[in-house]
Write a new protein. Structure first.
Length: 418
C-alpha cells in the first residue's frame, strides 16, 4: 500500500508520545513492504514545504511560520497555505489511504479535501482533541477534569482562561460558545467520514462513546513499542539506594509537581529521582518545579535518545506516572515493563488499564502527594514488594504486533470504499 501518515508534530522537531509512535509506525510499515510518507506541521520560521528521507520514509514538513496557542486553535477553521501544501504532498505521494494521528494546528479542511477526492482515511484517537480544544479534558480556569461540553459555554471559559483573561470569563464565555459548537460540527463530520477510527485503549474508546463522538464504532488496537536490540538487562541494584524515574512531558497535566512534592517526604540520603523530558517547552512551570524541590536526589536528565532511555530505565527501581489528566495510552509504561521495572500510576484514565494494582505496579489517587509518598515508602519498607511486582510483569506488546493488526484494519478500510 501507499500510505500517508499525518501528524501535528514529528521528531526531531518535537518528541512526545504521538510523535514517536507515528515515527515507529511508519518505520515498521516500511519494513513490511509498504510505501510510507509522513506529513506534519513544522514550527520553523520559514514558510513552505521541506522534504527529506528518514531511512525509507519520506517526510514532508509544512510551515506557515511560528505557531502560538491562539494561532494553533484558529488553524482548525482555516489555513489555506497549509491546505495547499497538503494538496501538493497528496499529488506527489498518491496515497491509497491516509492515517490521521492528530490535526491540532492543522486545518480541518485537510480531511475534508480527502473526502472530496475520495481518498479513504483512518483516525487514531491519541488524546481528546476531537472533544476538547485543549486535547486533555483538563480545564484552564479551574484545573479540574472536564466532563465535556455544557452547551460549549465551559469551552469558552477554558479558552479565555488559556488566553490569560480568566476574570472576563463570565461575560465573554457565552459569546464564544457558537465558535466551539461550530468546531464540534466540523470535527464530528470528519470522524463520521473516516473509514475506521482507532483507540489505543478501552478507556479512551468508552470516554469518546459517552460523549457521542464519533457517532459510529471505534476499534481498539493497543499500541506496541519498538524494542532495542539487544534489550538492556535490569541493572544491578546498589544496596541502600532507591532509584525513581519519571519520563514524559515537563508540563502541568503530567503531574511532575505531585511527584516532587511526594519526594520531599522521602529519605534525603538514599532516594534519587531521575527526570527525563524537555524542560524548555513550559519554562514557567519548570521554574515552579525548581522552587518546589529541595530534595538533593533530583536529577534533571533532559531529553535523550530512546536507546539510552531503555538503558537508564533498566537502572531504575520504579517508574512513576503521576498524571492529573486522562492519559489515553501511556507508552512509557510499556517501555518500563520491557526492562522489568514496575510502575506507579495515577488511578485515572487509561493508566489504570495499563498497570495492574499490586501485580506489576501500584495505583494511587491523582494529585495527592502524601498518598504517592506513602506508596513509594512502601517499596522501601517492604523488601519483598519490588521483587513481587517485577515478577508480575508480562512481555510487552511490540510495534510488530500492532502493525499486523493495523494492516488488517487498513485493508478493511480500503475494501469498504471500493
Amino acid at each position: 500500500m501507499r500510505l500517508l501518515q499525518v501528524a501535528h508534530q514529528y521528531p526531531p522537531e518535537f518528541i512526545g508520545g504521538v510523535e514517536l509512535h507515528t515515527q515507529a509506525l511508519a518505520r515498521e510499515l516500511v519494513r513490511r513492504g509498504h510505501e510510507v510518507s509522513v506529513f506534519f506541521r513544522s514550527h520553523r520560521a520559514a514558510p513552505g514545504v521541506e522534504s527529506w528521507l528518514e531511512g525509507d520514509v519520506r517526510v514532508w514538513a509544512a510551515s506557515t511560520g511560528p505557531l502560538g496557542a491562539g494561532r494553533r486553535f484558529l488553524a482548525t477553521f482555516s489555513d489555506e497555505a497549509l491546505l495547499a501544501s497538503f494538496k501538493q504532498v497528496l499529488t506527489e505521494s498518491r496515497p491509497d489511504l491516509v492515517h490521521i494521528h492528530h490535526l491540532m494546528g492543522l486545518p480541518a479542511s485537510l480531511a475534508e479535501w480527502l473526502v472530496a477526492q475520495g481518498i479513504p482515511y483512518v483516525i487514531t484517537l491519541h488524546d481528546y482533541w476531537w472533544l476538547c480544544a485543549n486535547a486533555q479534558l483538563l480545564t484552564n480556569d479551574s484545573d479540574e477534569l472536564c466532563e465535556g461540553p455544557k452547551l460549549w459555554v465551559n469551552c469558552g471559559r477554558c479558552a479565555i482562561a488559556r488566553a490569560g483573561h480568566k476574570t472576563l470569563s463570565p461575560w465573554l464565555a457565552p459569546g464564544m460558545a457558537p465558535l466551539f459548537a461550530y468546531r464540534h460540527r466540523r470535527l464530528e463530520s470528519i470522524l463520521t467520514h473516516a473509514a475506521r477510527v482507532i483507540s489505543p485503549t478501552h478507556f479512551t474508546k468508552q470516554l469518546h462513546e459517552q460523549m457521542r463522538l464519533p457517532p459510529s464504532g471505534i476499534t481498539v488496537i493497543p499500541h506496541g513499542i519498538a524494542l532495542p536490540e539487544p534489550l538492556p538487562a535490569p541493572a544491578p541494584r546498589e544496596p541502600g539506594l532507591y532509584n525513581i524515574a519519571y519520563v514524559g512531558g515537563i508540563a502541568h497535566q503530567k503531574g511532575l509537581h505531585v511527584l516532587l512534592a511526594a519526594l520531599e517526604q522521602l529519605p534525603r540520603e538514599s532516594v534519587t529521582l531521575s527526570i527525563y523530558g524537555n524542560p524548555t517547552v513550559f519554562p514557567e512551570y519548570v521554574a515552579t518545579l525548581h522552587a518546589l524541590s529541595t530534595h538533593p536526589g533530583v536529577r534533571w536528565r533532559g531529553s535523550i535518545p530512546n536507546a539510552v532511555l531503555f538503558a537508564d530505565l533498566a537502572a531504575a527501581d520504579v517508574l512513576v506516572v503521576p498524571s492529573i489528566w486522562y492519559e489515553s495510552a501511556g507508552l512509557v509504561i510499556q517501555e518500563a515493563f520491557a526492562v522489568g521495572v514496575p510502575v506507579i500510576v495515577s488511578q485515572l484514565g487509561a493508566l489504570a488499564e495499563r498497570v495492574e494494582h499490586e501485580i506489576n505496579g501500584l495505583h494511587v489517587p491523582p494529585d495527592e502527594p502524601t498518598v504517592l509518598a506513602a506508596a513509594l515508602q512502601r517499596l522501601l519498607d517492604e523488601p519483598s514488594l519490588l521483587p513481587k511486582l517485577r515478577a508480575g510483569i508480562q512481555p510487552v506488546r511490540t510495534i510488530q504486533a500492532q502493525v499486523a493488526d493495523i494492516e488488517v484494519l487498513y485493508q478493511a478500510a480500503l475494501d469498504s470504499v471500493k
